[in-house]
Structure formats: structure tokens, C-alpha cells
Design a protein. Structure first.
Length: 75
């Protein structure tokens, strides 16, 4: 009984550490979503978009070169 309980505690500790590591990694990255914006008429070149939990970035060229940061700042 004691060894079974000890195994459950060790297994639970390993899973909890893995969950914390996954959470820290997901909050730290700004590349949750990566996309390529393209124009079907092929008039403009492709643009790159990435977006994370708090920030993101768009770069490409439409009528003028576009390079801006996306953020979820409260208005």
C-alpha cells in the first residue's frame, strides 16, 4: 500500500512539473499563431503574421510597407 501511494505521489509530481513547464513556455512565447497573408490576385506580395498571448507582429507590403506590433492593451 505504501509503495503504491509513493508511486502515485511521484507520478503526480512529474505531471505537475510538466504542466508548469508547459504553462511557462506558452505564456513566454509570442508565436502561438503563425500565418501568411496572401492576395489571391497576386498584386501584393505575401505578408507574415504572428500572434501570441499578449503581443503579435505583422510585416509585409500592401500599398505601402506594413510593419506593426499587435498588442492586447486595454483601451
Amino acid at each position: 500500500m505504501a509503495t503504491t501511494r509513493r508511486r502515485f505521489i511521484i507520478g503526480n509530481l512529474i505531471l505537475a512539473c510538466a504542466a508548469v513547464a508547459l504553462l511557462v513556455t506558452s505564456v513566454a512565447t509570442s508565436y502561438w499563431i503563425e500565418a501568411k497573408l496572401f492576395d489571391p490576385s497576386e498584386f501584393f506580395p505575401d505578408s507574415n503574421i504572428n500572434y501570441g498571448l499578449f503581443v503579435g507582429h505583422i510585416e509585409g507590403k500592401r500599398a505601402i510597407p506594413v510593419q506593426m506590433d499587435l498588442s492586447s492593451k486595454p483601451v
